[in-house]
Design a protein around this ligand. Sequence first.
Ligand code: DX5
Ligand code: ZN
Length: 210
Amino acid sequence: MIKIAPSLLAADFSNLSGELRKVSDAGAEWLHLDVMDGAFVPNISFGVPVISSIRKHTDLFFDVHLMIERPLDYVEAFANAGADAITFHYESQSDPNATIDKIHALGKKAGISIKPGTPADVLFPLLPKLDLVLIMSVEPGFGGQAFLTSALPKIKAIRELAPNLPISVDGGINARTAELCREAGADVLVAGSYFFGASDPKAAADSLRR
Ligand code: DX5
Ligand code: ZN
């Protein structure tokens, strides 16, 4: 079962209620929330106050993607803000095991993401502890970039080792690249500009599933 996770980064921030309605009307299961600190990535997006505000307006599953240098210091704040899954970067400064354990102690699902330059095998020892793996198919920091096919063998490698683990892919997803990701074994497709830039977001979401 494929899940679609529209990325709020590409939404109209002056009309978040309307944008959230697009997500639920399209039948998307998850809402992907990109948190950027201007240090781990060269961009700043939004943080805890925005997530806790929108939490009051939707029951969507909140898939929080932390692109920040010290995720361990902030997972509690994002859990309290209403995250359902918290994904942090393997390349961040926080210890992966300690960060996973803290997310679990807060009662949330734990995910790790790797950037395009990081090999999949760094995640192998962590797979039994994880609820989600997020493979970046662009350099994190900005929406609207072109899909990097180097993500595909990483998805395949993780899928072989962990047949039932949700694998998410993030960056440059459209109908064509979604098909490649599904074939490789991904089951959560994050889409920012392809979803929010579409004149018919429901048709866009449907095109990612088949
Ligand atoms: C990039 C973010 C992505 C981004 C995807 O750092 O993690 O979630 O919003 O945007 P598109 O789908 O436009 O590539
Ligand atoms: Zn993301």
